[in-house]
Structure formats: structure tokens, C-alpha cells
Design a protein around this ligand. Structure first.
Ligand code: ASP
Length: 599
């Protein structure tokens, strides 16, 4: 029968005792990790979030009743044990913090019993993800997840403390609001009072934080939950957490400065990593040209080389065709991999095709200086030599080329670069390479929508010197936007905001909103700008990703207490779920499920 606390107090966590406490009486409480019954002695490993302590039961100390009770203990029972800290009788367990001591129990309470859990509660569980997520409350007992969740708490505390010291105010903004465009679909919440009307869950607090600047709070932050209804690719969650901030009277360097110091502080304090400041900066253009990515992993080389001029007019139609169509030809040099088996090269070609390439041309520079290549027969000796030279190809190198629209060439080679580095295991995992990527394009053309869309969001300031291009060549306008990248992952991003009504109106116009539309959706912001608005800027980090990289987890699921799966459902609670007909009636909602809507 489960006993209750009845005034009993825990004196410490399981591993908050050590050899220095030998002889002391303590009371610990936790879960049974394992139990060994040796007849006259019973050993129990008791676990709480600090770790494990060994309990020793013998009848002399715990009494006949207590010993009988101890014999009923099973894994995951919850116990309270009071006893004397003793030097461990048996072998010292060096893998445990408390490996040289044990608690000789004088009194035991079984606070609750447990059924046999569906999977063992242990580190590095091999259990299938679905089962883990169905029983997330048990999964969360595992020491590796507990470590992640505890570190996450430390990270947010450190961030709060730093930002407080820097004069930021923590201000909450509404969850039930109006849609903010951050490029995803919005989650809607039906209004009961205003039937047929909907609140939008925030994709970010963007508009509210800008309004707070208009209201004079000058430095705001929030650890904010954001909601984006995206088709869940890879490692995304429909709700995620941002460390969101906004500052008034600043320019790019001010935002970068405070954030670099924030990053350095958090990494030092939490995982003892020194982040050398200043963090390097690279323009978007350079990042794309050198790495084929706007979030380059700079822990290794294999940079892209533009060979368009070198192969112009050569006999290989794939190259010249792409150039004639306005594209380019670029390559990467995979050092020392000329001997890569054909099968593996084919796998790289398939990978390239998987991310949009029409094909992939390769050339191996053999040790004897001859070439083995998928396209050599179309080119003269001289053309080949010039190409190899441009690629700085040496005997033993494998050269890979993509020819297409430049955007596609970047995507393909940028993707290949990462794939190959992973395959060859050449990434130094001990490195934390931070990078600012700046001067992003303001707009990108959406083929799907047949118009320009904001690359960041519509409130981002164009670069002063590019402003005049906004009508004639919108695609060429650069933005005062910056991303912070760590080891090839975008940790966060932000921008200087437009704070002039005419520029903001112009921006909406370029994005295809009529003035009416713009006022209908964002009138409150445009109106606020009429009453004295400070120049302002901000940034938001993805907290889940930040913590994931800090703990070295593979997925953001491992740093979120209750994550959802790919189709945005929760395997533990079965959300989303159907609701009572009466609830729908109250909201004035009729369900009309279209065929294929749930695919
Ligand atoms: N609201 C932006 C985002 O969610 C961040 C920012 O510009 O501050 O990406």
C-alpha cells in the first residue's frame, strides 16, 4: 500500500551525499533503478534526477517489518529511505558519483508501487521512438533526457540573468492575436463570442515587440512560444520556443555586440566553452559562393569554385547549356578521394538528384595524372587541364561539378559538401564555429505564388544604398538582416526594422499587398508608426536548437519535454483530437472534411 509523506522530509538528493558524510543520517527519496536480493541482504539502487545511490537493507538495521517490505520492492517503485551513510562494503563503483558509499537503511517507506514499465529506464535507450513518446513521462525519467531538460533550464536562467543585467525587460505578448507573417501557415483559434472570427497563434511576437519599441520600453526580451503550421520536415516542431528580443536606438553592430556577449556568457557558464569574440561575419553572397549555403558549416573546407568562365565554350553541352540559360557551373574538390568506388560516387549522384540536381559530373585525378571522368570525352585535353587547374585538383582528388541555375547549383553543392563531410567523417565535433551571415537578399521570388516574398519578414529594412532598386530590380535589394549560425545550423536571425511609414508601405506594395490590404492586416503597426517610432532592431534564437547543439543531441525532440511527432500529433495525449458536437455548435463551426485532407 502506498504510504504518504506524513511529515517525513527529504534531506538531500540521492547524490548529494559523499564519503565526507559517512556516519550522518539522511533521508533520500526516488525511484528504484534495480534491486538485488541476496537472502540476508537486499541492495537497491535508488534514482532521482541527481543520479543514483545504493541502499543497503539488513534486518538488524531496518527491522523485521522493514526487511519484509524491502523484499517486495520492484523497479520504479517510489521509496523514501532514512539511514546512515556508510563506506561501501562491496566493490567501489567508479561509474557512480556515490560509488564509494552506501546508505544503510533504518526505515523505509514505499511511497508508491509501479507496474513493470514498457521499456527499461536507462541511458542510451534502444527503445523505438514511438514507444518512448507514448510513455514520454517514463522516457523523461531517463538520465540523458533529464540532463538535457536540466541544462535547458540553466540556459534560460543564464539568458534571463544576462539580459536583465543589460537592461532588457521581460514582457509577455499575447498568444491569442492576429497573424504575423513569418512565412508559415498560422494556427487558428475560433472565437466563441465572435462567431466566424479567429485568433491566430503567434508565429513570433514580431509585431508586438515592435509596438513595445514604439511604446518606449527600448529593450525587450521574451522566452516566447511560437506556432507554425508547416508540413513538418525533418526536425521541426509545430510549437517551439524563441529567445526573442528587440532594441531601440541601435544599429547592426549594437545588436551583434550584445548578442555575442550573450552567446559567450551562456556557452562559458553552461558548458565551459570559450567563444572567441568577435564572431566572424560573412555576407550572404560570400556564404553562398563559398559554401553553397546561407548557414555554412565552417568546421571544414571543401569550398565551392565557380568554373563558369573556365568551361564557357567547351564541348560539354550540359555545362554550356546551363551557362547559356543564365546559370553557372561550379565544383567542389574532394581531396584524396579519386579512388572512391564507383558505387559511392553513384550514391552521391543519387543524393544530388534527390535535392534537385539534374545530374552530377565528376572527374577523378588519378595518381599518374590521368583523368577518369564522366564527361572527359566531350572536352579537349587543354580544356580538362584548365578545369582541373581552376579546381586546384591534384593527383588523388575527386572533383564534382553541378551545372544549372545558380540557386540550384548552390543547393546541390552545398548539400553534397555536408553529405560528403559526414560520410568521410571529417568534421571536428569538438568545434563550435559561430558565424554571422549578413546582407541577406530582402526578397525572394516565389514561383509558386508568382510574386516576391520577404526572405526574412516584411518589416526588415532594406540596405540604404539598395533602396533605389526596390522598383526596378527588387531581387537585387539587400536587407539589413543577419543570422547567427553555429556549425551549419541557423541558431537565430533578425534585422534592423523599417521604422518609416513610407518605406513600410512601399514594402507591402512590392509584396503585392494593396494599401487597403496592408492597413487591414497591419494597420495597427502602420498607425503606431505615425506617433513617433524609434529606430529599432532585434533578433530571435531558436531555443530548442540552441540547447540541442549545446548538449550534442541529434534532435530537438531530445530537449523538449513533450514534443510532437512529424504529423504534428502528440503520441502521449493523442492531440489533436475530435471535440464534442456541442463545443462545435457553440463556436458556430461545421466540419467538412475534404478527401485527402489528412494526407
Ligand atoms: N521574428 C523573427 C523570426 O521569428 C526574428 C526577428 O526578426 O527578430 O524569425
Amino acid at each position: 500500500m502506498a504510504e504518504s509523506m506524513k511529515g517525513l522530509k527529504r534531506t538531500c538528493r540521492c547524490t548529494e551525499v559523499s564519503a565526507a558524510d559517512i556516519g550522518k543520517e539522511v533521508t533520500v527519496m526516488g525511484w528504484v533503478q534495480k534491486r538485488r536480493n541476496l537472502g540476508s541482504l537486499i541492495f537497491v539502487d535508488l534514482r532521482d534526477r541527481s543520479g543514483i545511490i545504493q541502499l543497503l537493507f539488513n534486518e538488524d538495521e531496518v527491522g523485521e517489518e522493514g526487511y519484509k517490505k524491502a523484499a517486495t520492492i520492484r523497479n520504479e517503485f517510489v521509496l523514501a529511505a532514512t539511514g546512515i551513510v556508510n563506506k561501501r562494503g562491496g566493490e567501489v563503483n567508479a561509474s557512480l558519483k556515490t560509488g564509494d558509499i552506501e546508505l544503510v537503511v533504518k526505515s523505509l517507506r514505499i511511497l508508491s508501487e509501479s507496474e513493470t514499465p514498457p521499456f527499461p529506464i536507462e541511458e542510451n535507450s534502444q527503445t523505438k521512438d514511438d514507444l518512448r513518446l507514448k510513455y514520454r513521462y517514463l522516457d523523461l525519467r531517463r538520465p540523458d533526457l533529464q540532463k538535457n531538460i536540466m541544462l535547458r533550464s540553466k540556459v534560460t536562467m543564464a539568458i534571463r540573468q544576462f539580459l536583465d543585467e543589460e537592461g532588457f525587460l521581460e514582457i509577455e505578448t499575447p498568444m491569442l492575436g492576429k497573424s504575423t507573417p513569418e512565412g508559415a501557415r498560422t494556427y487558428l483559434v475560433p472565437s466563441r463570442v465572435h462567431q466566424g472570427s479567429f485568433y491566430a497563434l503567434p508565429q513570433s511576437p514580431q509585431l508586438y515587440k515592435q509596438l513595445l519599441m514604439c511604446s518606449g520600453y527600448d529593450r525587450y526580451f521574451q522566452i516566447a512560444r511560437c506556432f507554425r503550421d508547416e508540413d513538418l520536415r525533418a526536425d521541426r516542431q509545430p510549437e517551439f520556443t524563441q529567445v526573442d528580443m528587440e532594441l531601440s536606438f541601435v544599429d547592426i553592430d549594437d545588436v551583434i555586440d550584445v548578442n555575442e556577449r550573450l552567446i559567450a556568457r551562456v556557452f562559458k557558464e553552461i558548458i565551459d566553452i570559450d567563444v572567441p569574440l568577435p564572431i566572424p561575419r560573412m555576407t550572404w553572397q560570400e556564404a553562398m559562393d563559398r559554401f553553397g549555403s546561407d548557414k555554412p558549416d565552417t568546421r571544414f573546407g571543401m569550398e565551392l569554385t565557380d568554373v563558369t568562365d573556365t568551361v564557357k565554350g567547351c564541348g560539354f553541352g550540359v555545362f554550356t547549356g546551363a551557362i547559356d540559360a543564365g546559370g553557372s557551373v561550379r565544383g567542389i574538390n574532394v581531396k584524396g578521394q579519386a579512388g572512391m568506388p564507383r558505387k559511392k560516387i553513384d550514391a552521391l549522384v543519387d543524393f544530388a538528384k534527390g535535392i534537385g540536381a539534374k545530374g552530377l559530373a565528376y572527374l577523378c585525378v588519378n595518381e599518374d595524372g590521368t583523368y577518369k571522368s564522366s564527361f572527359a570525352k566531350f572536352m579537349t585535353e587543354d580544356e580538362l587541364r584548365a578545369l582541373v587547374e581552376k579546381m586546384k585538383g591534384e593527383p588523388g582528388d575527386l572533383l564534382l561539378f553541378a551545372a544549372d541555375k545558380t540557386d540550384m547549383v548552390w543547393t546541390v553543392l552545398g548539400g553534397l559538401r555536408i553529405e560528403i563531410a559526414k560520410n568521410l567523417d571529417i568534421i571536428d565535433k569538438s568545434k563550435f564555429n559561430f558565424l554571422w551571415v549578413t546582407e541577406f537578399p530582402l526578397l525572394e521570388y516565389s514561383e509558386e505564388e508568382g510574386r516576391y516574398v520577404a526572405m526574412h519578414h516584411p518589416f526588415t529594412m532594406p540596405m540604404d544604398e539598395d533602396l533605389e532598386l526596390i522598383d526596378s530590380d527588387p531581387g537585387a535589394v539587400r536587407a539589413k538582416a543577419y543570422d547567427i549560425v553555429l556549425n551549419g545550423t541557423e541558431l537565430g536571425g533578425g534585422s534592423i526594422r523599417i521604422h518609416q511609414n513610407d518605406v513600410q508601405e512601399k514594402m507591402f506594395e512590392v509584396l503585392g499587398f494593396s494599401k487597403e490590404d496592408a492597413y487591414d492586416r497591419f494597420g495597427f503597426l502602420l498607425n503606431a508608426f505615425k506617433y513617433g517610432v524609434p529606430p529599432h532592431a532585434g533578433l530571435a534564437y531558436g531555443l530548442d536548437r540552441l540547447v540541442m547543439l549545446m548538449v550534442g543531441a541529434d534532435s530537438i525532440r531530445d530537449v523538449i519535454a513533450f514534443p510532437k511527432v512529424k504529423d504534428a500529433s502528440c503520441l502521449m495525449t493523442d492531440a489533436p483530437n475530435t471535440v464534442e458536437a456541442s463545443q462545435l455548435e457553440e463556436l458556430g463551426i461545421k466540419i467538412d472534411i475534404r478527401e485527402g485532407a489528412d494526407e
